[in-house]
Design a protein around this ligand. Structure first.
Ligand SMILES: Cc1cc2nc3c(=O)[nH]c(=O)nc-3n(C[C@H](O)[C@H](O)[C@H](O)COP(=O)(O)O)c2cc1C
Length: 179
């Protein structure tokens, strides 16, 4: 039997990103899978560039990875009470690729942020954009990691038992849906 294919997208490019850590926890909770970490370090969307040279190869690759995946998990940081520029830019580019990569794609959105709401506004905005992209948003209790700088131990593990349980429940539900 072939492994399930999971694509993870961190809305933060930072190496030490807490959203990246949260995705690593999500992947572990999902269980055995072929995991592709999306590269969203893309040029800024510019309609003139698109008209002159088409959608960049890196965007085509990303869209294909999403199309090929059984499920996608996104973790959104919050910047000024909104979605990060790199994540929005990636979603905008993906929406320009023929064949609607996110259409009906089982997708879970998480967030980790420094503030007390755990990036709730950014998560909501991400879900809103994904609705436009026709993703199949998986229902469940929101995973919002507040005060992210204190939420992970030195090895990148979530310290809070309740958050770990909620994440495990969401990821196991995702697995059950796509398996
Ligand atoms: C430009 C900028 C704006 C930010 N705005 C918010 C905010 O609105 N809410 C919040 O909780 N944290 C905010 N933060 C702090 C981020 O949550 C924090 O840097 C977090 O670690 C980013 O995610 P990452 O660790 O995955 O890079 C902001 C950080 C930056 C750089």
């Amino acid at each position: 039997m072939t492994n399930l294919k999971l694509v993870t997208i961190s809305g933060s490019l930072r190496k030490g990103s807490y959203n990246r850590m949260l995705l690593a926890e999500a992947v572990e909770a999902f269980g055995p899978a072929d995991v592709t970490e999306a590269d969203i370090d893309l040029p800024l969307y510019n309609g003139d560039v698109e008209a002159a040279s088409g959608v960049p190869a890196a965007v085509q690759t990303l869209a294909q990875q999403i199309k090929d995946a059984d499920a996608v998990v996104i973790s959104a940081p919050e910047y000024n009470k909104g979605i990060s520029g790199v994540l929005k830019n990636a979603l905008d580019w993906i929406s320009r690729v023929e064949g609607a990569a996110f259409k009906d794609k089982p997708t879970v959105v998480l967030s980790a942020a420094a503030g007390r709401t755990g990036g709730e506004t950014a998560q909501f905005m991400t879900l809103s954009c994904l609705t436009q992209l026709q993703a199949r948003l998986m229902p469940g209790t929101s995973i919002l990691i507040a005060a992210a700088m204190n939420a992970f131990d030195d090895t990148g593990k979530l310290k809070d038992e309740m958050s770990r349980k909620l994440l495990a429940t969401r990821m196991q539900a995702l697995r059950a849906e796509v398996a």
